[in-house]
Design a protein around this ligand. Structure first.
Ligand SMILES: [Zn+2]
Length: 249
């Protein structure tokens, strides 16, 4: 049996200690990403807010968590097969190379699973949230989802126009007792517009907030947050919505 180089052996001990620590850090990052996401989701009580939050965050969150775990796994493997690695420095490099290749392959597999197949699962849940009965906040009544044929009378001209362009879908929830309506907007994926920064059609509305709901006397105001998935450009836009038409009984 070949004699071991004591300097190299002690280097390996230090190496293993550090790699274990860094592995824990990456496992911790994955756990933090996941729990931060789940906690934020937990605080969204409104089904529509939940829907939008999942829609814009879950797939990325899942990917970053899996990426962290993949890095952790790849690092951890650099502490195994010690007896073999101790024999010569070349074995250390072989292990480094093999584990890096494995981590890359697993990373690529996870990436396509998450970006190609996982959306089906997410969409099922989004669909359930979209059709979950809404509640009137002022009296607790269950709202009824108005059918596509009847919803126009509750919508503004602009909403009707939006739907006609097929990029956006509005759901009208009606309290049949009081006439209160809750109107929710769903963006089709075709909604991406040209990004002023990179020029690609990858700028999408990622979040939206109603600053003022439209009434019969006054138009409403929406604040839109847009983000480009290609270059990361972000912008904010205030959109004025049409006032409601006086209802004809
Ligand atoms: Zn861009």
């Amino acid at each position: 049996m070949e004699e071991l180089d004591p300097k190299y052996v002690s280097f390996l001990e230090t190496w293993n200690g550090w790699i274990h620590n860094i592995t824990f850090v990456f496992v911790g990052i994955a756990a933090l990403i996941t729990s931060f996401y789940l906690v934020r989701l937990l605080f969204k009580r409104d089904p529509k807010a939940k829907h939008d939050f999942i829609n814009s965050n879950e797939i990325n969150m899942f990917w970053y968590a899996m990426l962290s775990l993949t890095v952790a796994g790849g690092l951890y493997l650099n502490t195994v097969a010690n007896t073999y690695v101790q024999e010569e420095v070349m074995h250390f490099i072989v292990r480094l190379f093999i584990t890096a290749s494995f981590a890359t392959i697993f990373g690529l597999i996870f990436n396509s699973l998450i970006k190609v197949y996982y959306p089906f699962t997410v969409n099922k849940r989004l669909n359930r949230l979209r059709h979950q009965p809404r509640i009137n906040p002022s009296n607790g009544n269950k709202l009824k989802l108005v059918s596509e044929d009847e919803e126009d009378q509750y919508m503004t001209d602009e909403m009707i126009e939006d739907e006609a362009r097929a990029a956006i879908d509005y759901d009208v929830w009606l309290d049949e007792e009081t006439g209160y309506t809750k109107i929710e907007k769903y963006d089709g994926s075709s909604l991406a517009v040209e990004c002023p920064s990179c020029g690609y059609r990858t700028l999408r509305v990622i979040e939206e907030q109603i600053l003022r709901s439209p009434t019969v006397d006054e138009e409403g105001e929406l604040e839109e947050f847009l983000s480009c998935s290609y270059c990361g450009h972000k912008e904010r836009k205030i959109v004025v919505t049409h006032r409601l038409r006086a209802k004809t009984a």
